[in-house]
Design a protein around this ligand. Structure first.
Ligand code: M6R
Length: 612
């Protein structure tokens, strides 16, 4: 949560920072601010979006070749102008932007207050900048040394950039458990929470490691030290990201663009990793640890939100195809239990951002217990990718819409390949079925293209149910996690309360909610439990529920009972979620749009949840 951009060099810093913050708005968008040095220090901050900051600063001086900026997702203190970053130290000399949480801010604040420091915000960040100032004042230290000592005194997570008004020829940045990238241009340097604000200026980056402190000088030189003050040799990487992939490309919203990208992103997730005609699957990270995976006692999948839903699909896949026992865990629960995990277990962390604090902490715990950690991650170089022993990127490209769409199908694609590969190696799948599944995998992108053509029908259905206050999503087997995902999509972007349920569980409680005002989305494509789901639809109709059924092309029985039907092409049952989730995504998108919601930036949410 929260996005950081900083610049030092020869160009005007403000436009670079503003554009970068707009790219990072998916990380938080309740307030924004900048600090710019141009002889004097100008700090502008505003509640609201980056656009509100832009409007506010319109008639003000925004000159300067060095500056720091921030877009906030509130943790300590409500979203308002005072709590917005950057925060300035009591003596007005130091300015700081921060992503993360300083957990011991209260005792630090009390000690600083005793020494006469005053605070104008409710944030933990203002405590940190005053702590740095107090250390600098006390021992007359350089900024980097004061930052280093201050960071040895704080608990929690941080990515920070600090600007000293008395020494505007450098920026000091540091990270622990929150991401920070250093961009290296010609005579200029950048910091950002991810590479998207940097990409159009340079492709050369260094991903800072935990407990590293970077000093960026105006002449383009930089130095990175650990918190113990040892000099490090930075690993400079070339970014492979393309600028077009982080722009809307003609779509009104990133979410719609990302939904439509799925035929391509699924191909990208499979590219070079499988060949149906030759009958092979090769996942680089998996090959290296093949024995350990094939002989694992158990697979534990740790994830949050949509990624947890992908994990649930993987449970069905690994159990059915590879006959491996699987447990799917909310990372936030796993990390605070005392789970039984051994070195015979494999823990798969599923995460789009690769920065989710709970997932990261869960794998750190599993790592201590000796399990092999396998990361299924989208963001290259992210914390979870780096904390894993091995892994596979999903190659979905930047996902900017807060509601996850293409990352979900990318995760399911990679998890399917993994399950099939293990099934084959463990001798648990017939050659014929293995080949059929591989061939069908290759057909999935084309079938998604076909579903996307139903967009206007789905839009019409959205119009029919957009004013509902509740919705129920039902599915069985592989479609149960899709029901959960459909409900999550609807509630997070349209603010309609929605529940996903295993269809057969409905009669154990939720059936009491059904009346003529309750839309019930039934994902009814299942081959194996088809008659059962027909009965479930009958049960809903008998209580006057409004049924929106997702069925396989040519299906007749449920289509006749349902109020609205969305057809999807036939596929093999384990691959159904890759198709059945597409109407869920489009339905929630259209409903949210019709209700006037900000589809890409729903209230209270952030794309990357780097706090617990
Ligand atoms: O980056 P991650 O996949 O680890 O994020 C996990 C969840 O925060 C995320 O899936 C969230 O639920 C999305 N907003 C769902 O659309």
């Amino acid at each position: 949560m929260c996005g950081i951009v900083a610049y030092i060099g020869t160009q005007e810093a403000y436009p670079i920072i503003i554009k970068g913050l707009q790219r990072l708005e998916y990380r938080g968008y309740d307030s924004a601010g900048v600090a710019l040095m141009n002889g004097t220090l100008n700090v502008y901050k505003r509640k609201g979006k980056v656009q509100d900051l832009l409007d506010f600063a319109d008639d003000k001086s925004t000159k300067g070749n060095v500056g720091i900026g921030h877009t906030r997702w509130a943790t300590h203190g409500k979203p308002d102008d005072l709590n917005a970053h950057p925060h300035v130290s009591s003596n007005g000399r130091l300015t700081l932007v921060h992503n993360g949480i300083i957990e011991n801010y209260e005792p630090l604040k009390k000690a600083l207050q005793k020494d006469g420091y005053t605070f104008s915000s409710e944030t933990d960040t203002e405590v940190l900048i005053n702590l740095i100032q107090s250390i600098q004042d006390h021992d007359d230290l350089s900024l980097e040394e004061a930052v280093r000592i201050a960071l040895t005194k704080v608990n929690g997570a941080y990515a920070i950039v600090v600007l000293d008004k008395n020494d505007p020829n450098k920026l000091v940045a540091a990270r622990k458990a929150s991401p920070l990238v250093l961009g290296i241009g010609e005579d200029e340097l950048f910091f950002a929470s991810d590479a998207t604000p940097i990409i159009e200026y340079t492709k050369k980056v260094v991903y800072l490691n935990d407990l590293e402190i970077a000093v960026a000088n105006r002449n383009g030189e930089f130095e990175i030290r650990t918190i113990d003050n040892s000099l490090t040799t930075p690993y400079v990487q070339e970014l492979e990201m393309e600028i077009e992939r982080i722009e809307k490309g003609g779509y009104d919203y990133f979410m719609l663009k990302e939904i439509h990208e799925q035929p391509k992103t699924i191909c990208d997730a499979m590219r070079g990793r499988m060949n149906a005609s030759e009958g092979w699957i090769r996942l680089g990270g998996l090959e290296e640890h093949s024995n350990r995976l094939v002989n694992a006692d158990r697979i534990i999948i740790a994830a949050c939100g949509t990624s947890w839903h992908s994990g649930l699909i993987a449970e069905y896949l690994f159990e059915e195809l590879a006959r491996m026992p699987v447990e799917v865990e909310y990372a936030s629960e796993l990390r605070y239990r005392n789970p039984v995990i051994t070195e015979k277990d494999v823990v798969i962390a599923v995460s789009q951002s690769g920065e989710t604090a709970d997932t990261l902490a869960a794998i750190e715990l599993a790592d201590e217990k000796g399990a092999l950690i396998y990361g299924i991650v989208n963001v290259v170089g992210s914390s979870i990718a780096r904390a894993s022993d091995a892994g596979s990127y999903i190659h979905a490209g930047p996902e900017i819409g807060v509601a996850s769409t293409k990352a979900f199908t990318g995760q399911v694609t990679v998890l399917t390949l993994m399950a099939l590969n293990l099934a084959f190696k463990r001798g648990k799948i017939s050659k014929t079925y293995y080949h059929q599944l591989l061939t069908e995998m290759e057909a999935i992108p084309g079938k998604i293209e076909k579903i996307l053509k139903s967009n206007s029908k789905i839009e019409y259905i959205a119009g029919e149910i957009k004013d509902s206050t509740n919705a129920l999503y039902l599915g069985r087997g592989y479609n149960f996690p899709v029901a959960l995902e459909g409900a999550l999509k609807l509630k997070e972007i349209s603010y309609i309360h929605a529940e996903g349920y295993p269809a057969a569980e409905m009669k154990h409680g939720p059936i009491a909610l059904i009346d003529e005002n309750m839309p019930v989305v039934v994902i009814a494509t299942n081959q194996s439990a088809y008659e059962k789901i027909v009965s479930n639809v009958q049960e809903v109709k008998a209580r006057n529920g409004k049924v929106i059924a997702v069925v396989t092309e040519g299906e007749k029985i449920i289509s006749q009972m349902a109020d609205y039907t969305i057809e999807i092409p036939e596929t093999l049952e384990p691959l159904t979620p890759l198709l059945s989730v597409i109407p869920m995504q489009l339905l929630s998108y259209h409903i949210a749009l019709m209700r006037g919601c900000n589809v890409d930036q729903p209230r209270n949410l952030a794309k990357s949840v780097t706090v617990e």
